[in-house]
Design a protein around this ligand. Structure first.
Ligand code: C5P
Ligand code: C5P
Ligand code: ZN
Length: 453
């Protein structure tokens, strides 16, 4: 396969250097990518430093250049190749964002006819390089955590494409199990009623965001909320699990959700066999949420340390951050519910101002689909230091009908003096304050054109 050959070529290039700067993204996919690169380099005796970026702009490029090291960009970089070349940097990339151009030392699924939203994440792409540099099969579960963190399993309720190549390697070497189960967050660690209360994807009327409703729902099914201790999903018997799943399906049917959506409530879930049962790290979805809870709040070092094996101080800190992250997501979705979503002809949007941190507004935007119209992309604005952060999310159906958010968002952002990029199904940008209205009108037009094409 050409892609595997390219991974090998890049690994050969890496072998020639001694001092590295790993540059990666501040989300679960980015942390796992960075951790894989970091660990891979340490194992072959290379000196590596790692930095985390929200986005790769002129300022960041200057910082990278100042380090005077050979650069390995993971989970970002493909959208900014010309910027890096202008700085005369020497670098390799393992990324899955839509590439700005071809580049000799870039491993990117798009260059080989794969889709970077589903077939490979930053972490699985990086892992494909890593496995050419040593017996690094034990890093494959981390790669899977990154892919799940980027929701690459969302379309078919399981990982697809080349992600499965990595998955099969992880299973073959005994690091991971793929099992059919409920695809909700918190199965390992949360009391079942809390897990349900905090489920917003899909939004469960009367249960999501409603502690009392969640408890009543379980009681009505005859499932105990508490025995000696709070009952977690993993504590339930098969029969109890079946009852809860049927109950959830009924709630979703009553809410009028599509068969497509309901079908995906149960799917493949990934169990990390080397991790202790009942911890966040045992389940790929929970692990990825834990990582998002660190880096998206400026504690990327904490997430990185957990990926590299810390189960002590940094793990405890990550868990504390996770509590806060959950509260923020829950408050975020409630806020969107209260303020409502503005609809234009082809897109819908909300402006969170400073009420939702800009680093998680994209996650909230994606979750908002459960309470918004499904036939338009959702755009979220939030204030950031640099101006206004834009996060846009589409659905698989919209993408199939021609919507490409990365190109639409990039074009609209650049027209108002900002910049952006991403994937067909999820994209983001930063634009100057006061340009929101102009941006959204333009985006509405561009998405309209994409749909008519
Ligand atoms: O920067 P990065 O590529 O890691 O981010 C991808 C983003 O796309 C994630 O925030 C993820 O939630 C979003 N996504 C999505 N739906 C998908 C695939 C990805 O919302 N089907
Ligand atoms: O930040 P958010 O989760 O909305 O990002 C969605 C996607 O858009 C990610 O893949 C991210 O890397 C990309 N993005 C970008 N340029 C930005 C902001 C986000 O390419 N300025
Ligand atoms: Zn990614």
């Amino acid at each position: 396969m050409d892609l595997i050959k390219k991974a090998y070529e890049i690994s050969e290039r890496i072998k020639k250097e001694d001092e590295f700067l790993i540059v990666t993204h501040i989300d679960a996919d980015g942390i796992t990518s960075g951790a894989i690169a970091f660990e891979t380099l340490s194992r072959i005796g290379k000196d590596a430093k790692i930095i985390f970026l929200k986005q790769l702009d002129e300022k960041a490029a200057e910082k990278i250049a100042d380090e005077n090291r050979f650069v390995w960009l993971t989970d970002l970089g493909s959208g900014n190749i010309s910027l890096l070349l202008r700085r005369k940097l020497e670098f390799v990339i393992s990324d899955h964002h839509v590439p700005e151009m071809t580049y000799k030392w870039q491993l990117n699924p798009h260059d080989f006819g794969y889709d970077g939203s589903y077939d490979l994440s930053g972490s699985t792409t990086t892992y494909l390089v890593s496995r050419c540099l040593g017996l690094n099969y034990d890093l494959s579960p981390l790669a899977i955590v990154g892919a799940v963190g980027d929701l690459q399993d969302s379309r078919e309720a399981k990982l697809v494409g080349l992600n499965r190549f990595v998955l099969e390697e992880a299973i073959k070497y005994g690091y991971l199990n793929a099992i059919k189960d409920l695809r909700f967050f918190g199965k390992q660690t949360r009391p079942v009623y809390k897990m349900l209360e905090y489920t917003f994807d899909p939004y469960l009327p009367g249960i999501s965001g409603n502690e009392k409703g969640a408890i009543e729902f379980l009681s009505s099914l005859g499932v105990e909320v508490k025995r000696e201790d709070w009952v977690r999903w993993i504590d339930l018997s098969r029969e109890e699990k079946r009852k809860v799943v049927s109950g959830i399906v009924r709630v979703c049917m009553e809410a009028g959700y599509s068969y497509e959506l309901i079908k995906k409530i149960v799917g493949e879930t990934y169990v990390l066999l080397e991790e202790e049962e009942g911890t966040e790290l045992r389940d790929a979805m929970e692990y990825s949420t834990l990582l998002n809870a660190t880096a998206r709040y400026g504690f990327e070092e904490v997430g990185l340390r957990v990926c590299l094996g810390d189960r002590d101080k940094h793990f405890r800190k990550a868990r504390a951050l996770l509590q806060e992250h959950r509260r923020n997501l829950s408050a975020g979705i409630k806020l969107v519910e209260e303020m409502g979503i503005e609809e234009l002809e082809f897109v819908q949007y909300f402006h969170a101002k400073s009420a939702i941190p800009e680093t998680i507004v994209g996650i909230v935007a994606g979750m908002s689909y459960s309470i918004a119209s499904k036939n338009k992309p959702i755009v979220a604005f939030a204030y950031s230091e640099e101006g206004v952060k834009v996060s846009a999310r589409a659905t698989k159906e919209l993408v199939e009908r021609g919507v490409h958010l990365a190109s639409a968002v990039r074009e609209a952002a650049e027209a108002v003096g900002g910049s952006g990029g991403g994937h067909s199904i999820a994209a983001g940008a930063t634009i100057p304050r006061g340009k929101e209205e102009e941006f959204i009108q333009l985006l509405n037009k561009i998405v309209g054109l994409q749909l008519k094409r």
